[in-house]
Design a protein around this ligand. Structure first.
Ligand code: NI
Length: 188
């Protein structure tokens, strides 16, 4: 029998499943079910080496996503942070400066896109403890925030890239390994 504290890995909806293109609805009440969902989303994200995951990706049309940056084989240079749940987010300000970075998506396996994103954003959101916060996000975490926020509007990263800026995961991995090798050699 499954206990309440047992972690579960959730199925991930892929592009083509209607929920990926639907706008998520706000969370009205943070109850035990919400807490279990966010905990399972964090476990699932880690299991598949993601740095973020949004509720529609696990078949839940709610305004919830996880930010969970850490260095892993999919994102070797990602900064380490404690995974956090973001509920009912609103981006209230965006830097005019943008920067392109390679992104992948658990719902679109096998490809990467060089996606332009605002280098910093100011966002309001509710924590899993129910506290409304306002915070500035910068760098890689700001990019994850924008990627996951898009999921809540029914958007995916390929909507934001020039098709010429899409490459396969295999080539991306090759490129990253080469770059890492170069930077290590440089440090010696
Ligand atoms: Ni995604």
């Amino acid at each position: 029998m499954k206990t309440k504290t047992e972690k579960r890995f959730l199925h991930i909806a892929q592009l083509g499943v209607p929920i990926i293109r639907k706008r998520a609805i706000p969370v009205k009440k943070i109850d035990e079910e919400t807490k279990i969902l966010t905990r399972d989303m964090i476990a699932t994200c880690k299991e598949v080496e993601g740095v973020g995951i949004a509720a529609p990706q696990v078949f839940q049309g709610l305004q919830i996503f996880i930010l969970a940056s850490y260095p892993n084989p999919r994102y070797p240079t990602a900064p380490k942070m404690k995974p956090m749940a973001v509920l009912n987010p609103k981006i209230v300000a965006r830097s005019s400066e943008m920067e392109k970075g390679w992104e992948g998506c658990l719902s679109i396996p096998g490809i990467r896109g060089f996606v332009p994103r605002h280098i910093s954003i100011t966002a309001e959101y509710t924590t899993i403890e129910g506290i409304r916060q306002k915070k500035i996000f910068t760098g890689f975490v700001a990019k994850i925030f924008q990627h996951e926020y898009d999921h809540l509007q029914g958007h995916v990263f390929v909507d934001r890239v020039d098709t010429k800026d899409i490459i396969t995961e295999a080539i991306y991995q090759k490129m990253t390994r080469k770059l890492l090798k170069k930077s290590i050699t440089h440090l010696k």
